[in-house]
Design a protein around this ligand. Structure first.
Ligand code: ATP
Ligand code: MG
Ligand code: FE
Length: 348
């Protein structure tokens, strides 16, 4: 069976096509993304109105490219999945409306799904079915959460999350302080490769004995970096951008991997999946690999292209819902900008 996936929660218009095989495995057929990130770059963050308009313009051409890539036509589609939340209200509506249009015209079931669950589900396209249970570290532009996944089609429990900034948000803000372009993750990752990660001892948030053990905090780290740079500027010193980037990145990777591995050990879970845009970070996956190996935990990290927003992740999640015979959404499905991670899909 063929599942079409549509994503429009932020600044990427994504359309993916996957094939659900009888044995439950899901195969990637097409993954087309149009991004409006350049239109937001000079504002240092996503401008909602600009994103909505860009989705409207890109939706049909992106879908056409996906069908052409897969060598399929509209009549081949057996089910449709669309991001219903969380995300920007106006941006989500463009995708939900498009998906309803396709579902009504093709007379196939429609599944309104959770974007965050999609970030985890995408890993099955690369590494096969997820063992149950597994632990997911979701690190993206808007979220940083530690999740227990018993069933990707319906049972995800939050163990902890950030109490302030998301990890990706911290990357974007630190990049700005260092004069690096938006989004900040890729340029910091690159600069850090030329820097010394032990040059500056930046704080590790929420690691004190009285702190909630599975929660995160990155706003103190972000402020510490900004202070350090300000002080250096005041002294008239040249900013060692590579060292600051490497030291900041080390603090983020250290806290994220330490908490994830600790949770896996304490809960006796043998597999850790890291996903979301920040999972594309080379130091995060490198350190996670070292620590998981030492602890005897299987680590799964999707390739960078699958970590950032795309339609294939939504198609993959849709395929798992179809396989699990979950109830589809009603055609009056609405977007929910604040959809909690525990709600994987909106059943009618
Ligand atoms: P959410 O999924 O929470 O709604 P989002 O969809 O906007 O947010 P993603 O597209 O998953 O987020 O991730 C974008 C974030 O990933 C940005 O903050 C970006 O800086 C970060 N990022 C991308 N590549 C890297 C990298 N190599 N290292 C660190 N961060 C990265
Ligand atoms: Mg994005
Ligand atoms: Fe995302």
């Amino acid at each position: 069976r063929i599942v079409l996936g549509i994503e429009s929660s932020c600044d990427e218009t994504g359309v993916g096509l996957v094939r659900l095989h009888d044995d439950g495995t899901v195969e990637l057929l097409a993954d087309e993304v149009a991004s409006s990130v350049e239109q937001h770059a000079r504002f240092g963050g996503v401008v909602p109105e600009v994103a909505s308009r860009a989705h409207l313009e890109a939706m049909v051409p992106t879908a056409e490219r996906a069908f052409a890539k897969a060598g399929l036509g509209l009549s081949d589609v057996d089910a449709i999945a669309v991001t219903a939340g969380p995300g920007l209200a106006g941006a989500l509506l463009v995708g939900v409306s498009a998906a309803k249009g396709y579902a009504a015209a093709l007379d196939v079931p429609l599944y309104g799904v959770n974007h965050l669950a999609g970030h985890i589900a995408v890993d099955t396209l690369q590494h096969g079915p997820l063992p149950s249970p597994c632990l997911a570290l979701l690190v993206s532009g808007g979220h940083t959460q530690l999740l227990r996944v018993d069933d990707i089609a319906g049972s995800i429990t939050e163990l902890g999350s950030t109490v302030d900034d998301a990890a990706g948000e911290a990357y974007d803000k630190v990049a700005r302080v260092l004069g690096l372009p938006y989004p900040g993750g890729p340029p910091i990752d690159k600069a850090a490769k030329e820097g010394d990660p032990s040059a500056i001892d930046f704080p590790r948030g929420m690691t004190g004995p009285r702190d909630a053990k599975y929660d995160f905090s990155f706003s103190g780290l972000k402020t510490a970096v900004a202070r350090w740079v300000e002080n250096a500027e005041r002294r008239g010193a040249e900013i060692p951008v590579n060292d600051v980037a490497a030291s900041f990145q080390e603090a983020v990777a250290d806290v994220l991997t330490a908490k994830a591995v600790r949770a896996a050990k304490e809960m006796g879970i043998g597999t850790l999946v890291i996903s979301g845009g920040v999972a594309a970070n080379s130091r995060l996956s490198g350190l996670a690999r070292e620590r998981c190996e030492a602890a005897g935990i299987e680590l799964r990290v999707p390739r960078p292209r699958l970590c950032t927003d795309n339609g294939a992740m939504i198609a993959a999640l849709g395929a798992h819902l179809v396989a699990a015979e979950k109830k589809p959404s009603a055609l009056d499905l609405s977007a929910n900008p604040a959809l909690p991670v525990g709600i994987v899909s909106l059943e009618a």
